[in-house]
Design a protein around this ligand. Structure first.
Ligand SMILES: [Zn+2]
Length: 344
């Protein structure tokens, strides 16, 4: 089969790899019908050291079940399924608490011998716990929005929950990538009164406004902090969604939280320490977040997509096929595209 392999920064290739196949009795074999490129894939795209063996890529996909192991009970051959960006058994203590990313028997796609989503097929471990059946046809018009349940919509929702978004709250979203835009959707859905998007790309800002952003801050650094304070009676935001991960974004996020507020971090941190720790300490700012247990949120968000109340699939502004994946990475990295959908 063919799949995406990254060999180093800027070096993404579509290669022939060993066919995915059932190994454990709890596995399912899924033929991928839709996948996508993630903003987090751009970190290795910019920083990865060259390797001869390469790294398989992709953690967001929808596909059709082709075969199941002897212990699989809930999914069957022919089902259309969505996979969250981490696989999990659905039964351990952490899965029962809704924290599937800490599953005792789970793991991540595209590492440790597990297939990646940016390829023709995937062996899905813990299929019963991991996969969610989609009650639509494989080419349904909702496919882009359904695919966001793998990661970005669940991650935006997680940021909003960690930042304690609720009715009447003032929310600031740091980052106008796909996760930030989904964070706007989540904040609106959870009842936020004011939603400030921090970003500067006109196409993304326009989409953020359609999703419910009420204010735009395009300044950076101290100027951004000052502008958010102006927009919030000088106090800062109750809830800050940090959807980038690098140091400046973290500093900004912590600096615009109102005393007693909360910051939900879902951008993969690119530094070891949390900056401005004294300010956030004296302001009693809660710092939460981490990798979203996307699996936990699918039951809640799937009806929202199916019934048309949210349209997170609008973050996809480019569609390609498997051969176009290397150029898709380039386009996202150069900010030509917000998020690239891969059709098989
Ligand atoms: Zn588990």
């Amino acid at each position: 089969m063919r799949a995406t392999v990254m060999y180093g920064a800027g070096d993404v290739r579509v290669k022939t790899v060993p066919d995915a196949r059932l190994i454990e009795p709890t596995d399912a074999l899924v033929t991928v019908t839709r996948a996508c490129i993630c903003g987090s894939d751009l970190w290795p795209y910019n920083q990865m050291e060259h390797t001869e063996t390469g790294q398989r890529m992709g953690h967001e996909f929808i596909g059709i079940v082709d075969a199941v192991g002897s212990d699989v009970r809930t999914v069957k051959v022919g089902d259309l399924v969505v996979a969250p960006f981490a696989w999990s058994d659905g039964t351990c203590v952490f899965c029962q608490e809704g924290l599937h990313t800490s599953c005792l028997h789970g793991g991540w796609w595209a590492r440790d011998g597990i297939d990646g989503g940016q390829g023709e097929a995937v062996r899905v471990p813990q299929a019963d716990g991991t996969l969610v059946i989609l009650p639509v046809g494989k080419d349904d018009a909702l496919m882009p929005s359904l695919l966001t349940l793998s990661d970005v919509m669940g991650t935006g929702h997680h940021a909003a929950l960690a930042a304690r978004v609720g009715p009447g709250k003032t929310v600031a979203v740091v980052g106008d990538g796909a996760v930030g835009l989904c964070g706007v959707i989540a904040a609106k859905r959870l009842g936020a009164e004011q939603i400030i998007i921090l970003g500067r790309h006109p196409d993304r800002i326009a989409l953020a406004k359609e999703f419910g952003a009420t204010d735009v801050v395009s300044e950076r650094g101290d100027d951004a902090v000052e502008r958010v304070r102006e927009l919030t009676n000088g106090f800062g935001a109750h809830s800050v969604l940090e959807c980038v991960g690098h140091g400046q974004a973290t500093v900004t996020a912590l600096s615009i939280a109102r005393p007693g507020g909360a910051v939900g971090r879902v951008g993969l941190p690119q530094q070891e320490s949390i900056p401005t720790k004294l300010t956030s300490f004296f302001d009693n700012v809660t710092i939460g977040g981490g990798p979203a247990p996307a699996r936990a949120y699918i039951e809640e968000l799937l009806p929202e997509v199916l019934e048309g109340r949210i349209e997170p699939g609008r973050v996809f502004d480019r569609v390609t096929n498997l051969d176009g994946v290397p150029d898709g990475y380039r386009a996202m990295n150069e900010r030509e595209a917000i998020k690239v959908l891969i059709e098989f």
